[in-house]
Design a protein around this ligand. Structure first.
Ligand SMILES: Nc1ncnc2c1ncn2[C@@H]1O[C@H](COP(=O)(O)OP(=O)(O)O)[C@@H](O)[C@H]1O
Ligand SMILES: [Mg+2]
Length: 331
């Protein structure tokens, strides 16, 4: 327990994810760890700290010190960068085992893992191998935030982009049809607690900014199946296309909160939002799976807000309008 009697939770790499930090802070003593003084989400936490770099041997001991000091029962990474480090550490981290973290960090390994589990992944080859057909997507194996992803219409374009992207890539069938994300939560035994699908109407830099939660049993089942096959522990986001010819194909698996945190927040039943469930599990409670139990049909549309920092880098209470964002007006 933290000194205020609440369970302690550390969120790492909080960056701009003010919504996630705020949601945890409703239920737990929340510590935001981020090396950047300008990470706005640090100011949504009860306590914010500057950790050593993830590749520094002091990173894990630093987090372990916080665990001791503040009664932390859950460590939840918000980026891909430290998932594997946390999985290997003696920390109460809501991440999969190291082998699963390693496989999902590399999209080609993830493709192979999905196929081994009989899950649908689009035809994918490595440079030098001939794709079964064009067009394809040339994708970095360790990409994130939709960085350096290029469609290629034929062999010439594929070879060009394979050389142009300065990191290892893979060559995947270009999926047509709509793209979806499924936000799921698994417990520490890899049981899927819920899986909530949404459309991806508009994305910027890997963040989904418009989408609708949908009642699509095939996607709910796909999310559950992926979560339990890996297995995931904690939050996981599965992205898939529904191609007219080959049907569902999984294009990305991230074993952390996805880029559209508000969607499963709005959709979850009261008392069953993912941050609440994580805090309850961290407190030792067993949560019964309730896969498919959520409200659908609601759309989220996201926008920016900001904090003002004074000349000493301290947040001021000022905002561009009094008391922050206004409730929507009009109809
Ligand atoms: N095989 C594919 N076919 C069509 N579009 C794709 C394919 N793979 C990725 N994309 C597009 O690129 C975006 C980013 O790719 P993704 O695999 O999710 O990588 P990351 O999010 O880790 O950068 C996806 O959201 C999707 O819109
Ligand atoms: Mg993605």
């Amino acid at each position: 327990m933290a000194s205020d009697g609440r369970v302690g939770v550390i969120l790492t790499g909080v960056g701009k994810r003010y919504d996630i930090v705020s949601a945890f802070a409703e239920h737990a003593f929340t510590i935001a760890a981020d090396p950047s003084p300008l990470a706005p989400a640090r100011y949504a936490a009860d306590l914010h700290v500057y950790p050593p770099r993830i590749d520094d041997p002091e990173y894990v001991p630093f987090l372990q010190g916080l665990v001791e000091e503040h009664g932390v029962r859950a460590v939840v990474p918000l980026t891909d960068l430290d998932i594997e480090v946390l999985s290997r550490a003696d920390l109460p981290a809501f991440v999969p085992t190291p082998d699963v973290c390693e496989a999902t960090y590399d999209k080609y390994h993830c493709h192979e893992l999905l196929l081994r589990h009989g899950l649908p992944s689009p035809p994918t080859v490595l440079p030098g191998e001939e794709p079964e057909r064009f067009p394809v997507m040339v994708k970095p194996r360790q990409g994130s935030g939709a960085r350096s992803i290029h469609p290629a219409a034929d062999r010439g374009e594929t070879e060009f982009f394979t050389g142009y992207v300065k990191e290892p890539v893979m060559i995947q069938r270009l999926m047509d049809g709509p793209e979806f994300s499924i936000d799921l939560l698994c417990d520490m035994d890899g049981r899927c607690l819920n899986a909530i699908p949404r459309t991806m109407i508009e994305s910027r830099g890997g963040e989904s900014i418009k989408g609708t939660v949908i009642d699509d049993p095939e996607l709910v089942e796909l999310g559950r199946a992926v979560g339990e096959a890996l297995p995931a522990r904690g939050p996981c986001t599965v992205q898939a296309f529904r191609d007219a010819e080959i049907g569902l194909g999984i294009t990305d698996v991230n074993t952390r909160f996805g880029g559209a945190f508000p969607a499963p927040m709005y959709a979850a039943r009261p008392g069953h939002t993912y941050p609440e469930l994580i805090v309850r599990m961290a407190s030792g409670e067993t949560i019964e799976p309730h896969v498919g139990d959520f409200a659908s049909g609601h759309t989220f549309t996201r926008y920016f807000w900001q904090l003002e920092l004074d000349a000493d880098g301290k947040p001021t209470p000022r905002d561009i309008v009094a008391d922050g964002p206004k409730k929507p007006r009009g109809t």
